[in-house]
Design a protein. Structure first.
Length: 470
């Protein structure tokens, strides 16, 4: 089922994935850790392990985005194996089987398997570590520690996930005399190994870039509306979340640790910028754990109903019923997700491919500025790129997130040869982002003239790229 969904949704590759690709290909070509060849070192990505693997693939002559998609699908399959096998020791065999089906039936989960980012690799590490620690006997500490140690290299919040699971799972044992020594030893390994991994990463960051936090953390943290990201997940996954809440209440002992990462992600989403979060990408790393919790309530209800009405194989009936509901019900059912990714590909990707065709007719030393700094910069033939949001500039390490007017001043101060601005209207310029409107309204815009209008395929979608040339 997971592979079938990946195949149906294979047309999707998010624009942000191309940011990692640009860094990886520059690294593979010997340019170093840079956004622009010959430019300053900058960490405009937050997934150093994925970038390193993509760079290795590119250096070996393979496609970096294809490598990311293969890794994403492999991460999804790893989650299914972990839920099916590792879940048995935590929630029982029947419930683990149902949870495997529910995990596989998540269309957004498959969407982000092929999306080109680290999302499902994070899901595999979170699932592996949490399932191990949630076992009744506490699990194998080295396996859990190794899984958690990978997280900082994939997402900035990785260490927080490990810390929350370890703290809630092991600290109670510290306060009991009989288990204190064992608990301290477990905390030393479960917490120490991921912390050591984080320290190594920070040492590398400090040595390479001269800072401790990637640009995305400075840019996105506290920059969004309070509950926007969480509300999106609640709207799109209400049924499994209700079942998961019931499952968390029904569980006892260490098994309740399955609920810790979802709760942590919910708290962490407050105030976070809703960027590159189609179909709740922010929450997909905890989808297997949500499926496990939902399966607990589903199986319990099915068994009670079977005892009342008679009939066999309640777990199988429950798996088929809830799995079909996940696949069929909008807004996160397969049809809804497929239609969205088709519109995204036809509209936004189509416009970006069109403007790329026009850029190819300009001299190789042409510089340009753009806000959606993914596909177009990555495939612009090495042309110098100014990121309108300055997410890929070392400047924001000094300034933090810049106001819109200041960004417009800085973009025009760089005097790019071409400004590629996204418009909501193909007939006249209506800035898709406030930053682009500020760039268009800036007095220095008088030096530019409209040279090309790029629209996507199919019906109008309210996204047009306009290229203004000096």
């Amino acid at each position: 089922m997971h592979l079938a969904l990946c195949w149906v949704l294979r047309g999707f590759l998010t624009d942000d994935a191309w940011i990692s690709v640009r860094y990886a290909e520059n690294l593979a070509a010997g340019e170093g850790f840079v956004w622009n060849p010959g430019g300053p070192r900058v960490e405009g990505f937050s997934n150093p392990l994925l970038v390193a693997l993509e760079a290795l693939a590119s250096w070996a002559g393979w496609s970096a985005p294809a490598a990311a998609r293969v890794l994403g699908i492999a991460g999804g399959l790893a989650c299914l194996v972990l839920v099916h096998l590792g879940g048995r020791a935590v929630v029982g065999e029947s419930t683990a089987r149902v949870a495997t089906v529910l995990t596989a039936c998540g269309a957004p989960f498959a969407l982000w398997a092929v999306g080109g980012l680290e999302t499902l690799l994070v899901a595999a590490a979170v699932t592996a570590g949490t399932l191990e620690v949630a076992r009744r006997d506490g699990g194998r500490v080295l396996r859990a520690a190794a899984a958690f140690a990978v997280l900082p290299w994939l997402r900035p919040e990785g260490l927080a996930v490990a810390a929350a699971v370890v703290a809630l799972g092991e600290l109670p044992g510290v306060f009991r005399t009989a288990t204190r020594r064992r608990a301290i030893r477990r905390i030393a390994v479960l917490g120490g190994v991921p912390l050591g991994s984080q320290l190594v990463l920070e040492a590398a960051r400090l040595g390479i870039y001269g800072h401790l936090l990637p640009n995305s953390v400075l840019y996105k943290s506290g920059a969004g509306d309070a509950l926007t990201v969480l509300q999106k997940f609640l709207d799109q996954a209400l049924l499994p979340l209700l079942l998961a809440t019931a499952g968390a209440v029904l569980l006892t002992g260490r098994a309740r640790l399955l609920a810790v990462p979802p709760v942590l992600y919910a708290l962490g989403s407050i105030g976070t910028l809703d960027s590159a979060n189609a179909y709740s990408r922010f929450f997909q790393p905890v989808w297997p754990l949500v499926a496990l919790l939902a399966a607990v309530a589903t199986v319990r209800a099915a068994e009670r109903l079977a005892r009342h009405r008679g009939g066999g194989r309640p777990a199988a009936v429950a798996a088929v019923t809830v799995g079909l509901l996940l696949l069929l019900l909008p807004p996160a059912g397969l049809r809804s997700v497929h239609d969205w990714q088709q519109r995204y590909t036809d509209c936004r990707v189509g416009a970006r491919e069109s403007v790329l065709g026009w850029l190819a007719t300009t001299p190789p030393d042409t510089s340009f500025a753009i806000s959606d700094a993914g596909l177009v910069p990555a495939r612009a033939g090495g042309r110098h790129v100014v990121d309108d949001f300055f997410l890929n500039e070392p400047l924001i390490q000094e300034t933090g997130r810049l106001p819109v007017a200041e960004r417009a001043d800085l973009v025009h101060g760089r005097a790019p040869d071409v400004l590629v601005l996204a418009s909501r209207d193909a007939g006249r310029f209506v800035g898709y982002y406030p930053t682009e409107q500020a760039i268009f309204d800036h007095p220095a815009m008088s030096a530019y003239r409209l040279a090309f209008v790029a629209t996507g395929r199919g019906d109008s979608c309210g996204y047009t790229l306009m290229a203004f040339r000096r």
